[in-house]
Design a protein around this ligand. Sequence first.
Ligand SMILES: Cc1cc2nc3c(=O)[nH]c(=O)nc-3n(C[C@H](O)[C@H](O)[C@H](O)COP(=O)(O)OP(=O)(O)OC[C@H]3O[C@@H](n4cnc5c(N)ncnc54)[C@H](O)[C@@H]3O)c2cc1C
Length: 283
Amino acid sequence: MYDIAVIGGGPAGLSAAVQARVRNKSVLVVSGDDRDNPLRKTQRIDNYLGFPQVSGQELLDRFQTHAAQMGAEQKTGRVLNIMSMGDTFYLSIGSEMEQARAIILATGVVWANKYPGEVELLGSGVSYCATCDGMLYRNKEVVVVGKAADAPHEANYLQELGCKVTYVSDKDPDGLRPDIPFVKAPKVEILGEGRVTALRAGSTTIPCEGVFILRPSMAPADLLPGLAVENGYLKVDRNMSTNLPGVFAAGDCTGLPLQVSKAVGEGLVAGLRAAEYLDQLQA
Ligand SMILES: Cc1cc2nc3c(=O)[nH]c(=O)nc-3n(C[C@H](O)[C@H](O)[C@H](O)COP(=O)(O)OP(=O)(O)OC[C@H]3O[C@@H](n4cnc5c(N)ncnc54)[C@H](O)[C@@H]3O)c2cc1C
């Protein structure tokens, strides 16, 4: 059991982790594949105080090293669900589970809209986790919709498990097994009445029983039901508290401006306030 679980290993999450460690709280930072982090794709940042013309990669490396040196544990994985039970939060990370007493959401912005049929067929053929649900589709046709950097790897895993995989993405996959057919399509639609029967990718319809949608990030409100959202961003007060006790948020997920300095500052506040929240619980 950790004192604080931080979801998202960008500037906001790592800043929150450092501050929480300063307050001597145990911290787990869970984040998706590093290649998907927006800072890794940013060639040059000119407006982060004290670091003129730094590359996003260098800045992120420094943030990660700092958080690690402060004793924050960092884990790669996709948080799929957070459940609150009493004073404890249970996090599903792929097929693993972790526990924490407070949560800091630092998931960045989620640009992708849901696909037609995704919400209706979630749990009835639509899955976000190959490791959790792959076994259900052995010897069956499945489609992997690859948005995240680790999606080709997950598709390979499903194929090795015995699923008959087709990979669909708007980008050419890196590292996909040559025996997995690839369909390039920017838009998909999931078809089926009550259960998945096919996926339409552009002009191609692929019959299948399972669809694995692998995105780099998930909308926080999907992770934790009941979170208040305003204009598409998480609603927080000046303490970075959300409407749910013990749940804080920081960075791009709370709104404009979408900038590193703002993410770092909000992360600091969230880390400190989460630590104070835990101290009050204990008192
Ligand atoms: C091309 C580009 C150029 C930019 N240039 C600048 C600039 O010059 N100056 C500037 O200040 N800002 C710039 N930005 C914006 C800056 O990158 C963001 O404001 C900043 O990264 C936000 O930090 P964050 O921690 O809130 O979120 P992010 O950095 O987006 O980090 C969020 C992390 O959470 C992870 N995550 C999300 N959901 C889950 C989940 N369910 N489970 C596990 N992990 C999850 C994601 O994988 C991601 O790694 C730029 C952005 C881009 C894309």
